[in-house]
Design a binder for this molecule. Structure first.
Ligand SMILES: NC(=O)c1ccc[n+]([C@@H]2O[C@H](COP(=O)([O-])OP(=O)(O)OC[C@H]3O[C@@H](n4cnc5c(N)ncnc54)[C@H](O)[C@@H]3O)[C@@H](O)[C@H]2O)c1
Length: 368
């Protein structure tokens, strides 16, 4: 963490963003959800998908007219355990939270629930939604499509989104089992973070038209939207390290997010007209909730999940390795570390919040 970082209390950052969203027409209830999801990411150290995206993604898209500040959450098809929702290009966090809640309510009654969404917008860090299911002693799962970024194995053209498939499972540990990541080696948010702190990309993340790695962060972010660069799938380039498995997982997410809800997919999510004008990016999501009690006593399930994780962490380490982690553990430790500190603001993030304050005339006092 660089020494120019200023920590700002979570509740104050949240209040500022809530006011910002409201000032540009997001209804109070929706603004509260959007601000909460963004701050929740920073609480866990998922800075690539937290408050850093408040202006550059959400406010800028509303200002550009490519996202509706007021959501029309329309249930277009519903069964006892399923639902299809049309988000009408509204606020992705709010749409996703309501859709996950519907899946949870259905699972509460019938053991399992699944909802899918079309015409949504960027819903941020995926963990937030399965974490809701975990609170109800359920397994939660979500997928989302995203702008095309990943090249298929042996290709160089960005075709699939970074497409996370994120699970949350209750455990007897103080944090759930929570694998939450993109199906690419890295994701756009991390490239944006590297851009904000002026860092070059390491080899392995991005492939150019010539099939070689690219390191020039700023230009890569531009070229990704022009089909001149692509992210590598999990496993990396070619077949030696099984990049085709990451490619397959990204493709599974694209199908789950688009084909049940009849959402747009792949190139239809590019967010740019042929003339280079920003257009709406109408995404698809899926949400699943599984009530543990329908299968087994939740206390036994929790203990077993915890035991599996503990046995993995206690297994023999590679020479020189300090410790073995299980998914969700690092985020829990960051949460403890940041609990009383808040969100770390570096210089570009400070500038972004100052610009919002000035443009919207918000009365809030910034600590920098
Ligand atoms: N909305 C979208 O379009 C979109 C797209 C892609 C990613 N995302 C979000 O971006 C965020 C970051 O994604 P990412 O791909 O950069 O994640 P990442 O590469 O930082 O991986 C984070 C995950 O890996 C686990 N992990 C880290 N080190 C580990 C270790 N040594 N052993 C075991 N587990 C370990 C963490 O606990 C966590 O679950 C996520 O919240 C994701 O949902 C959103």
């Amino acid at each position: 963490m660089d020494d120019k970082v200023t920590w700002w209390a979570f509740d104050e950052v949240e209040a500022f963003m809530r006011a910002g969203f409201e000032a540009i027409g997001v209804p109070t209830e929706e603004a509260a959800v959007c601000a909460d999801v963004l701050v929740a990411a920073d609480r866990r150290g998922v800075d690539s998908h937290g408050v850093g995206r408040f202006k550059p993604i959400y406010l800028d898209r509303i200002w550009a007219g490519t996202q509706n500040p007021k959501t029309n959450f329309e249930i277009v098809r519903e069964g006892p355990t399923t639902a299809v929702i049309d988000g009408h290009n509204g606020m992705g966090h709010y749409i996703a939270k309501r859709a996950m809640q519907m899946a949870i309510d259905k699972a509460e009654k019938f053991g399992m629930g699944m909802t899918v969404v079309r015409n949504s917008t960027h819903y941020g860090a995926a963990f937030y939604y399965p974490a809701m299911a975990v609170e109800h002693s359920m397994i939660g799962m979500t997928t989302t499509s995203a702008r095309p970024s990943i090249a298929p194995t042996w290709g160089v053209e960005p075709m699939l989104g970074t497409n996370p498939m994120t699970w949350g499972m209750p455990s007897d540990e103080p944090f759930p089992y929570m694998p939450d990541y993109a199906t690419s080696v890295t994701q756009r948010g991390k490239l944006e973070l590297y851009d904000r702190i002026g860092k070059d990309l390491p080899d392995g993340w991005v492939i150019g038209q010539d099939g070689q790695y690219r390191n020039d962060t700023k230009q890569v972010l531009i070229d990704l939207t022009k089909d001149k660069a692509a992210l590598t799938p999990l496993g990396g380039l070619g077949e030696d390290l099984a990049g085709y498995k990451g490619y397959g997982n990204a493709l599974t997410v694209e199908i789950l997010s688009a084909c049940l809800s009849q959402a747009n997919f792949m190139k239809a999510l590019v967010g740019m007209s042929p003339e280079g004008k920003p257009t709406p990016i109408e995404l698809g999501h899926s949400f699943m909730a599984i009530k543990v009690e329908s299968f087994v006593d939740p206390a036994i399930f929790r203990k077993q999940v915890g035991e599996i994780c503990r046995q993995l962490r206690a297994s023999k380490k590679a020479p020189g390795a300090a410790r073995i982690w299980t998914p969700g553990e690092k985020e829990y430790e960051i949460m403890l570390f940041r609990k009383d500190k808040g969100v770390p603001f570096n210089e570009p993030l400070k500038a972004s919040f100052k610009a919002v304050k000035d443009k919207l005339g918000l009365p809030h006092k910034l600590p920098f």
